[in-house]
Design a protein around this ligand. Structure first.
Ligand code: SF4
Length: 97
């Protein structure tokens, strides 16, 4: 199961995870995205990113807190349709719960 970046990353985008990921599967578009996204098709489930996140935003998909389950779909969606993923992030963060 891939790792997932959940809500605490929004408007933080620290990128420590990007620097440690051995397969470079964490991406975002600077200036457009409010969080980072893990590519579930490329993630090798190594766990290197999880402890370096300063806001504890990263979880194995199985361990995602219930309130943040949607972020598994959102991370995957970004790699197919970034605008749709951004819209879901905005809705979740800005009151669309
Ligand atoms: Fe990259 Fe490993 Fe984190 Fe997957 S678990 S995003 S491969 S550092």
């Amino acid at each position: 199961m891939p790792f997932v970046i959940a809500e605490p990353c929004i408007d933080v985008v620290d990128q420590a995870c990007v620097r440690v990921c051995p397969v470079a599967c964490i991406h975002f578009d600077a200036g457009k995205d409010r969080k980072l996204y893990i590519d579930p098709d490329e993630c090798i489930d190594c766990g290197a990113c999880e402890p370096v996140c300063p806001v504890e935003a990263i979880y194995d998909e199985f361990d995602l807190p219930t309130a943040w389950r949607k972020y598994a779909d959102i991370d995957a969606l970004w790699y197919r349709d970034p605008e749709a993923a951004r819209a879901r992030v905005a809705a979740l963060k800005d009151g669309g719960r």
